[in-house]
Write a protein that binds this ligand. Structure first.
Ligand code: NAD
Ligand code: DAU
Length: 331
């Protein structure tokens, strides 16, 4: 199988590339990644030595670059994105360009290359905040922050390419991922980083917001399944089955690190903060997938992984220095 993975040097991308190489001997993987602050060659440590892997630095918004990268591919897994909600609140520019315009260019390149499957990775955030029953795939999309609005646009654009052009695209809607190599601006690695430095943990508002945590390896198994067995034109929710209030997650992090709860500080909330994400995942479960990594085991192992990779965290945080200073000023 010849695969193009966009965003393969990011958190989910580098885990997915490792997973495919381990699971499919005949895989040939080309990674296209711009290497923004969130992506790094470091994340592909041990992977780039594999003769089955080719790395190309390039931007999905550049039609020539994405078309060249897609040449000869049977499958495209589209993960490249500006993935952080808080950054999209400071400025939505990069998210609009990469998540919407860039996705458009990926779908055009997929058409030109005649690939047999495109897996478009959307997000549970496209449904908006959940106030009742967990969302099912047919529910209306109601994104409420700039990041999720760009993702919802791309999600529907992907579907329109299936309906209009017959592009064989499958849409994945995963919940919050956690695990190794996550860029330390996201809750879990950021708070590990802060706690290890004995700095306060800036909890937005009450800290009672709920996220459904999905281990990245469970997610990668789901993505490979959808790539090979998903129905073109269909969307699939992928959840962890672990709905937790943020404060509970934060207390587990502190406990694993042996740090005091006095580090917790409630700060100004994120504007437009979605209070709860929740999805029903019966559709992908019917294909034979379910999450396997138990929450407390998974989170504790993840916290230890970050603690053991402090130099990697330091280099990663350094790339986002200006953002951290701006967003957390006064928080
Ligand atoms: P990430 O920020 O860790 O990685 C994104 C990668 O995309 C980086 O390597 C970056 O360099 C690359 N990239 C960004 N802009 C690019 C461009 N214009 N051209 C080429 N490469 C570019 O993100 P992630 O957490 O790995 O998320 C991957 C995908 O999964 C995203 O589409 C995101 O919306 C989606 N998603 C993530 C989560 C989560 O919890 N992390 C949950 C649901 C959905
Ligand atoms: O739900 C899927 C989405 O999950 C993905 O589509 C996004 O790419 C990914 O970034 C993630 O979005 P969230 O906004 O849920 O993740 P984040 O790690 O930024 O925040 C998780 C929760 O923790 C959220 O309720 C906000 C809160 N939080 C986060 C940070 C960074 C804080 O209280 N303080 C913080 O400093």
């Amino acid at each position: 199988m010849r695969l193009l993975v966009t965003g393969g040097a990011g958190f989910i991308g580098c885990n997915f590339v490792r997973h495919v190489l381990a699971q499919r001997r005949n895989a040939r993987v080309r990674v296209l990644d711009k290497l923004t602050y969130a992506g790094s060659i470091d994340n592909l440590e041990g992977v780039l030595d594999d003769p089955r892997v080719e790395f190309v630095q390039g931007d999905i918004c550049d039609q020539a670059a994405i078309e060249t990268a897609a040449e000869g591919a049977d499958f495209i897994v589209h993960l490249a994105a500006e993935s952080h909600v808080d950054r999209s609140i400071i400025s939505a520019e990069a998210a609009v360009q990469t998540n919407f315009v860039g996705s458009f260019r990926v779908f055009e390149a997929a058409r030109a290359a005649g690939v047999s499957r495109v897996l478009h990775v959307s997000t549970d955030e496209v449904y908006g905040a959940c106030e009742g029953e967990p969302f099912v795939e047919g529910d209306p999309l109601n994104p409420r922050n700039p990041y999720s609005a760009t993702k919802a646009g791309a999600d529907r654009l992907a579907h329109s390419y299936f309906v209009t052009h017959g592009l064989p695209v499958v849409i994945a809607r995963p919940s919050n991922n956690y695990g190794p190599w996550q860029y330390p601006e996201k809750l879990i690695p950021f708070f590990v980083w802060r706690a290890l430095s004995d700095e306060h943990l800036p909890v937005y508002g009450s800290g009672l917001q709920i996220r459904d945590w999905l281990h990245v390896l469970d997610h990668c198994r789901a993505l490979l399944l959808l790539l090979e067995a998903g129905e073109p034109g269909e969307a699939y929710n992928i959840h962890g089955g672990n709905e937790r209030p943020n404060l509970e997650t934060i207390r587990l992090i502190l406990d694993e690190l042996g740090k005091p709860e006095s580090l917790i500080r409630h700060v100004e909330d994120r504007p437009g903060h979605d209070v709860r994400y929740a999805m029903d995942a019966a559709k992908i479960t019917a294909l034979g997938w379910r999450p396997e990594i138990e929450w407390e085991t998974g989170i504790r192992a993840t916290v230890r992984w970050f603690a053991e990779h402090r130099e990697w965290m330091e280099r990663s945080v350094a790339r986002g220095k200006a953002y951290f200073e701006e967003w957390y000023a006064g928080r």
